[in-house]
Write a protein that binds this ligand. Structure first.
Ligand code: WT7
Length: 664
């Protein structure tokens, strides 16, 4: 099938379904609504009438060493402060509090390894390990304000490391395990990390990937980095540099078992998380303590209708993304939830591993990405059908728009039409879920994230006039500050203002997504308006991938676009011009893909590479990506008269046709 017909079929089917479904609404079953934590729609009006009071009530649910004097300090927008004067500790809220209240024996995580290994960690056990590791970090010279890098796979130690940092006020900078060592190095450099916590090796579908050795190859000359802590996870042999490297297990054994949680200012930085923006340089999103925890705890409780005494909750994301930070670690632990943590991929050891896990641990709430659901659809219903999934009562979706076809499959095959689906829209920047149904209140429409969470205010603005749109498409904005919002971009204050608060002023947060508001006021998020591509829920900037591609010695120039893709939502397509008279062949393609894997990570490799002698540019030399997107999607070309050399487009069209013919 050609590129154009392939994407068209997926879109058409969903398009037809979407128009059918836009009028149909799905109500939660009466039994669900009856027992839901929130079932009175009045909560929306109540929060809208007094958002600051509503958030203050949510903050009351946390344990504070000292209460705040001001809920919201909005005297210097866009630099908002929440709960000023208050002190608290995130790790105390996630651990000590539950142990003190007699819930120490409750399982915090049912951890499951790739080869079927199992480890249950109770709240008391987690606290004890966190206290020891926090002591050990202090011994290594880490104190409040020092940045600690974390590059770990989905093993319990990653949670311990994050909470130990939070305990002593050392902001962590977690890098997703799928990023390459080069990408880790860059993030350590930007954040001037003092310590990096990593692992000997990581499980990858039955194989072990050497992690520490790869880290060593690139990290050597980083001036700020004083120590590397290595978790012995897979027993992979690795080089340890005298005076710099220590084993996690060794320092843990020697550490003081007592390490009281530090009372920290509500605005003390909790973490930095790098995410992609419009330029090649990733943005360091900074989150702080009191507001962030208030936001993630409240949304986790109400969006997932969490009953901590009986629920088994599973967020099947990776802890290295914001979803993992907010909804594997901080939200669930703060709420005293019992969670599942799965080390591996959804198709290893076999394609029913997710459903085996649901059955085995009696998972009641499942939270995952549409891309995973689409993979399951492709593998077939026989895999989930092999298992008893009757424990499930609520399903969640996150990371990209969920197409109606995937929504319906999730609803029918996984949820047996019994489980409400919460399609949650948010971002690394927002810290917590912003737009989502409340499962006991909101009637859902497949593909719509529905309504802002109580206390959150969203609008769709007209692109040209900037006026709010009642019904129709435009730019999504958030019009009031919220507690878990990013506070700045780490060490890039100007960029923070420029990116989010320039277009509509310092009191209106520009999201970077296009959205549609339908006649019932439901919000349908469409996708990014900037040069950010969403591949399987992984956020990538086209500039970042381009700069990785041009690092290949044969490449002269590259332009990257996101193309609609049935499996991954969007796929990376690269238009590449080679140096001089070089001709691209299969081995050049592999070489380029390899360079991208080394610079960023395997998940960023282009799916398709299209050779071109030149790129479509305006007379001022700007690459016209719109035309590249038209060509890749097989659309009729728009206006080409502003091009420096319109002939480029004919040559490109021919290239794309040839490539499509070869792919058939
Ligand atoms: C971007 C944020 C939210 C945690 C994971 C991704 C897209 C996210 C949805 C959704 C439509 C969504 C947006 C957003 N997105 N959730 N439910 N429906 N689009 O975090 O990497 O910061 O990416 O993901 O485009 O801006 P992120």
């Amino acid at each position: 099938m050609s590129i154009e017909s392939r994407s068209a079929v997926g879109e058409e089917l969903d398009g037809e379904l979407a128009s059918l479904l836009e009028v149909e609404r799905f109500e939660a079953p009466a039994k669900f609504r009856e027992h839901a934590l929130l079932s009175d729609p009045g909560v929306y009006d109540h929060a809208a009438a007094d958002p600051v009071g509503w958030w203050e009530a949510q903050a009351q649910e946390l344990e504070w060493f000292q209460k705040w004097t001001t809920v919201l300090d909005d005297s210097d927008p866009p630099f908002y402060k929440w709960f000023t004067g208050g002190t608290l500790n995130v790790s105390y809220n996630c651990l000590d509090r539950h142990v003190i209240a007699g819930r120490g024996d409750r399982v915090a995580f049912h951890w499951r390894g790739e080869e079927g290994e199992e480890r249950d960690l109770t709240y008391a056990e987690l606290l004890s390990e966190v206290e020891r590791f926090a002591s050990a970090l202090k011994e290594l010279g880490v104190s409040a304000g020092d940045v600690v890098g974390i590059y770990l796979p989905m093993i319990p130690e990653v949670v311990v490391a994050m909470l130990a940092c939070a305990r002593i006020g050392a902001p962590h900078n977690v890098v997703f395990g799928g990023f390459s060592a080069e990408a880790v190095r860059e993030r350590m450099e930007f954040s001037e990390a003092k310590v990096l916590i990593t692992v000997d090796g990581a499980a990858r579908k039955g194989k072990t990937a050497a992690v520490k050795d790869r880290v060593d190859e690139v990290m050597g000359d980083l001036a700020s980095l004083e120590r590397i802590v290595v978790v012995k996870s897979k027993g992979t042999a690795c080089q340890m540099q005298e005076g710099r490297d220590v084993y996690y297990e060794d320092i843990l054994a020697a550490a003081d078992p007592v390490c009281p949680a530090e009372p920290l200012d509500a605005e003390h930085p909790l973490y930095i998380l790098y995410t992609s923006g419009s330029t090649a340089k990733p943005k360091g999103i900074l989150h702080t303590t009191g507001g962030y925890l208030t936001g993630v705890a409240a949304t986790h409780r109400y969006v997932f209708d969490l009953k901590p005494d009986s629920d088994v909750y599973w967020c099947a994301a990776d802890v290295g993304w914001v979803t993992g930070h907010s909804y594997i670690v901080y939200g669930p632990l703060c709420n005293g939830a019992t969670s599942v943590m799965w080390e591996g991929a959804p198709d290893y050891p076999s394609k029913d591993i997710w459903w085996e896990i649901v059955e085995r641990y009696g998972v009641t709430i499942l939270y995952c990405a549409p891309t995973a659901i689409r993979a399951c659809i492709k593998w077939g219903a026989q895999w989930p059908n092999k298992h008893d999934l009757s424990s499930l009562r609520l399903l969640g979706s996150v990371g990209e728009p969920i197409n109606p076809k995937a929504w319906l499959w999730y609803h029918k095959v996984i949820g047996a039409e019994r489980c409400p689906i919460v399609d949650t829209w948010w971002q690394t920047e927002t810290g917590a879920i912003m737009i989502s149904p409340l499962p006991g209140i909101t009637a859902t429409k497949p593909g719509s994230a529905t309504q802002p969470f109580p206390g959150v205010f969203a609008e769709v603005r007209d692109e040209s006039t900037g006026e709010p749109i009642e019904e129709g498409q435009g730019l999504l904005v958030l019009t009031h500050p919220w507690p878990s919002m990013l506070r700045t971009l780490y060490k890039e204050e100007e960029r923070f203002i420029e990116t989010y608060f320039k277009r509509f002023g310092t009191e209106t947060y520009l999201v970077g997504d296009a959205a549609r508001r339908d006649r019932d006021g439901y919000i349908w998020v469409i996708g990014r308006i900037d040069d950010v591509v969403n591949v399987s829920g992984h956020r990538l900037s086209t500039a970042e991938v381009e700069s990785a591609i041009v690092a290949h010695t044969d490449v002269a120039e590259a332009a990257v676009i996101g193309q609609h893709d049935e499996d991954s939502g969007q796929a990376i397509v690269a238009f590449v011009t080679l140096q001089g008279e070089l001709q691209g062949d299969d081995s050049t393609v592999e070489g380029i893909r390899e360079t991208v894997a080394e610079r960023i990570g395997k998940f960023a490799r282009p799916k398709r590479i299209i050779w071109t002698e030149d790129l479509p540019k305006t007379r001022s030399g700007k690459i016209m990506r719109r035309l590249l997107r038209d060509i890749a999607d097989g659309r009729a070309l728009g206006d080409v008269t502003t091009l420096r050399d319109p002939a480029v487009m004919q040559q490109l069209e021919a290239q794309v046709k040839e490539l499509s013919a070869r792919e058939e």
